[in-house]
Write a protein that binds this ligand. Structure first.
Ligand code: PLP
Length: 500
């Protein structure tokens, strides 16, 4: 747990005004003094900018800039926008067939207002989203949205790339260096490392368990170099996570500006609402406000929170299917109203979803009027009835996942990997329970490229998934990474030696 008292830069507002501002308003307001407080209050009044509050509600709301740099709020809650700006669906319909970056810009603009000006945001969107977002028709009105065409072939590229660009702009106005410390069981490490590679004044340290990641996943991290350092920890993912948590809490490291890049950061969340809007305007009858069903394979619940946010902004999502693997704590919570974490988490073939207590659950509970603290204790019950109307949660076993990969290939010639198969199986379960939804427009999210899981797919359907350019050539690139034990002191000394 981050010990906030030891990190004064977290505890108080950062010492800069909103990172960029609208100079025309400066000119229009001769009384303006460039005291930070005055300036912030002024711009807030002018634009009614969105502020970010903590789900624990013990600290004052902050700007996007502060929320991005703090990661977790000082009271250990998670930042949430204080309102959800309504989507102009009629206006957005004009973006049908336009590049993804155009949609990202329109959706993110109100959230970024006051921290990033329009021209900056526009340029960042163009730069971050330079790859395809295929919407593949599988059968009838049912589609697969493939979010696997980014540089690390997982959907985490969408958020990591935008967050890295936002932080890089903010760091231009900050003294010193930011050290991003992250533990990974596979996809997070490579997406974050790639996204921050070459960003000035940001350094990345990724801890991973060599025995638990695939060769391809490891090489995606260890061949980057530059400002990215990878450390193989001789232990499990939990050991990596424990080292990271101790470092955040360690007063001896207070001179290093450590921050996290996992999905507790609001910067990892907001960009994940964009692709739901993108799918909708490209597939739905927007003028008729046609309802849509999304199915999202879920672990830490960051991806599905993107859909929840899009829905709050007015996207006509009639039902959101939440498909988990055998880690079924949320489906059980929805049916029973009681929440119990699963510890240790269950090991499944959809390994990026092996989560026994989703870190974004506090946000979901918050949106439905409840409160969950950082340890997973429900302080206030959310509106369970409303949640059940909006969501359909289901747990899919490994056997069902494997059968789904085979069935999708045999029946529809559609290639799924284990995570996307959990999502598709969740959608099929929902439709078989709700026959009236059979004709509905439905989109299931494929979160990784099948070529990341060649062994599983080969054994199920006897086919080697074609390797996308993002994964090609990995084998021959030189690897470099440190090795460390699970004990904390050597790791702390390494951080001190490297960054102070
Ligand atoms: C991280 C990940 C998920 C789970 O996403 P959450 O936002 O944690 O729910 C699903 N599939 C893949 C391939 C992932 O990497």
């Amino acid at each position: 747990m981050p010990q906030i008292a030891s990190r004064p830069w977290i505890a108080r507002p950062l010492s800069f005004p909103p990172a960029t501002f609208h100079t025309q308003h400066l000119a229009a307001c001769p009384r303006l003094e460039l005291g930070h407080g005055t300036f912030a209050a002024y711009t807030r009044g002018m634009h009614e900018q969105i502020q970010y509050y903590s789900t624990n509600r013990q600290v004052a709301p902050v700007s996007l800039a502060e929320a991005l740099l703090q990661g977790q709020a000082a009271d250990r809650g998670l930042f949430m926008p204080d309102r959800f700006p309504p989507l102009d669906l009629a206006g957005m319909a004009k973006l049908r067939g336009r590049p993804y970056a155009d949609v990202a810009y329109e959706v993110l603009r109100p959230y970024a207002d006051g921290t990033f000006d329009d021209a900056t945001l526009r340029a960042l969107c163009d730069d971050a989203y330079d790859y395809d977002v295929p919407l593949e028709r599988v059968t009838g009105r049912r589609y697969l949205m493939r979010l696997d065409r980014g540089p690390t072939a997982s959907f985490k590229d969408f958020a990591a790339r935008m967050m890295a660009r936002w932080m890089s702009v903010l760091m231009r106005q900050q003294a010193g260096e930011l050290v991003i410390l992250t533990a990974t069981s596979g996809d997070t490490g490579s997406a974050v490392a790639h996204a921050y590679h070459g960003v000035p004044r940001v350094r990345v340290v990724v801890l991973f368990p060599p025995a638990e990641v695939s060769d391809r996943q490891r090489k995606q991290m260890t061949t980057i170099g530059g400002n990215v350092t990878t450390i193989g920890i001789d232990g499990k993912f939990d050991d990596c996570q424990a080292l990271v948590k101790r470092a955040f809490a360690d007063p001896a490291l207070r001179d290093i500006r450590l921050t996290s890049a996992n999905s507790i950061n609001i910067g990892r969340l907001l960009p994940q609402s964009v692709y739901y809007v993108y799918a909708y305007i490209n597939l739905a009858d927007v003028a008729a406000r046609e309802p849509i069903v999304f199915s999202v394979p879920s672990g830490n619940f960051g991806d599905m929170m993107g859909a929840v946010i899009a829905r709050r902004m007015g996207l006509p999502i009639s039902r959101l299917v939440i498909a988990t693997n055998a880690n079924d704590e949320v489906p059980l919570f929805l049916s029973s109203g009681r929440y119990r974490k699963i510890s240790p988490s269950r090991v499944c073939i959809s390994n990026a979803m092996n989560v026994g207590h989703p870190s974004n659950l506090a946000r979901l509970v918050d949106v439905y009027g409840g409160m969950m603290d950082e340890t997973g204790v429900l302080r206030e019950q959310p509106d369970m009835e409303q949640m059940r109307r909006d969501l359909y949660a289901i747990s899919i076993s490994d056997d069902e996942t494997r059968m789904m990969i085979q069935a999708a290939y045999e029946q529809h010639n559609t290639l799924l990997e284990p995570h996307g198969a959990v999502g598709w199986a969740g959608l099929e379960a929902y439709i078989s329970e709700n026959p009236s939804a059979a004709e509905a427009l439905a989109v299931s999210v494929e979160t990784a490229h099948p070529a990341k899981f060649p062994e599983e797919i080969r054994s199920l359907i006897g086919l080697d998934p074609p390797v996308p350019p993002s994964l090609a050539g990995l084998e021959s690139r030189p690897e470099q990474y440190e090795r460390m034990s699970t004990s904390y002191e050597p790791f702390r000394d390494w951080l001190l030696g490297r960054f102070t």
